[in-house]
Ligand binder design. Structure first.
Ligand SMILES: Nc1ncnc2c1ncn2[C@@H]1O[C@H](COP(=O)(O)OP(=O)(O)OP(=O)(O)O)[C@@H](O)[C@H]1O
Ligand SMILES: [Mg+2]
Length: 333
């Protein structure tokens, strides 16, 4: 079983669209897929037109306050052949607070997956656009991460933040997650997009998928119809792109367990590459800038060793700063 988190702290970069359509394409290829909606916005649940039982959903699987244990098997709803979903609703918002002081809070999703009776080839986790206990649980349960990037600066920052988190998880617990970026909403018509894509490919090499998800209006329309794009229009460009992605994913890493220990995940490499990428984007060397007059205008890379989320991640990972652990970051929408 392969467990893949679709994550980026940047909002609206194509996480849910990727989670839904990748799951659907893998299912069409005969793979058994469970999509875990791990976002209180419930966009994956709504985008597939699934009724979420307010008393039995992913919140109840994770909630430490539930007296009756609810397993992942209890909340699963079939979407179509080979494709199930564990739906979420807004109640999941409460999880950030509820998990704050609970022992083993970072492994609740992992443990729920380990107890699954139904078997799947793939579990795809649609993450929220934030860094907190939910994202941490998703990464702790996954051995791979797909990081959608819509080519914006915020999106690239999201890669850096996420891979930083992965490196910390690896250092704190030995759990390894292999990240790969996915270019989404690509507009092939503009020279700018082509140039950025070339640079991303040159820098990220095999850490970016060959498949690029092009901008395709059908991908927007299908959400209103509660369908994966291929079930609405099997000739849509969006469907072709997600089919190509599913093939690339199937041909990629083969891992059997959620927790695999190995020397290096590549997260550190991706983090370094992202930082280098940011350096190449700086239009003017810092030494040439008159800091006094221009400080406000300089877009500096937010990567000093002491970022506030790193303290939070340490808190979640190690439980060393338990009384500060309810801090979380807002998304870079
Ligand atoms: N390739 C694409 N072409 C056109 N529209 C797209 C594409 N991918 C996603 N969209 C649209 O962009 C919007 C944001 O996409 P999506 O909901 O998948 O992002 P997200 O990262 O999950 O957002 P959030 O961070 O809020 O969870 C949606 O309206 C979606 O339909
Ligand atoms: Mg989403």
């Amino acid at each position: 079983m392969r467990i893949i988190a679709v994550a980026n702290q940047k909002g609206g970069c194509g996480k849910t669209t990727t989670a839904i359509n990748l799951s659907s394409c893998l299912a069409l290829k005969g793979k058994k897929v469970l999509l875990v909606d791990f976002d209180p916005q419930s966009h994956a649940t709504m985008g597939l037109n699934i009724e979420c039982d307010p008393k039995k959903n992913i919140y109840h699987v994770l909630a430490p306050t539930q007296s009756d244990a609810v397993g992942l098997d209890d909340v699963i709803v079939p979407v179509k052949e080979n494709f199930d979903i564990a739906p979420s609703d807004t109640l999941l918002c409460a999880m950030e607070q509820e998990l704050a002081l609970v022992d083993g809070r970072e492994k609740r999703l992992l443990e729920a997956i380990e107890c699954l009776e139904k078997s799947y080839d793939f579990i795809i986790i649609d993450c929220p656009p934030s860094i907190g206990h939910l994202s941490f649980n998703a990464l702790r349960a996954s051995s791979e991460a797909i990081i959608p990037i819509d080519m914006s600066l915020f999106s690239l920052r999201g890669i850096a933040k996420l891979t930083d988190m992965m490196v910390m998880i690896e250092n704190a617990s030995g759990h390894v997650i292999t990240p790969r970026a996915l270019v989404t909403m690509f507009d092939a018509r503009t020279r700018y997009s082509q140039e950025v894509l070339e640079r991303v490919r040159e820098k990220f090499e095999d850490k970016v998928f060959n498949t690029v998800i092009r901008y395709n209006i059908r991908l927007r329309e299908t959400v209103d119809h509660g369908l994966p794009v291929g079930d609405y229009d099997k000739h849509a460009i969006g469907q072709k792109d997600y089919e190509a992605l599913s093939e690339e994913v199937m041909g990629g890493l083969q891992k059997d367990t959620a927790v695999e220990i190995k020397a290096s995940s590549g997260a550190e490499e991706v983090l370094r590459t992202t930082r280098e990428y940011f350096d190449t984007m700086k239009p003017v060397p810092m030494s040439d800038i008159d800091l006094e007059s221009e400080t406000e205008d300089v877009e500096s890379f937010p990567y000093p060793a002491q970022s506030n989320y790193s303290a939070m991640i340490n808190t979640i990972a190690c439980g060393t700063l338990a009384n500060q652990s309810d801090e979380s970051e807002e998304p870079d929408n």
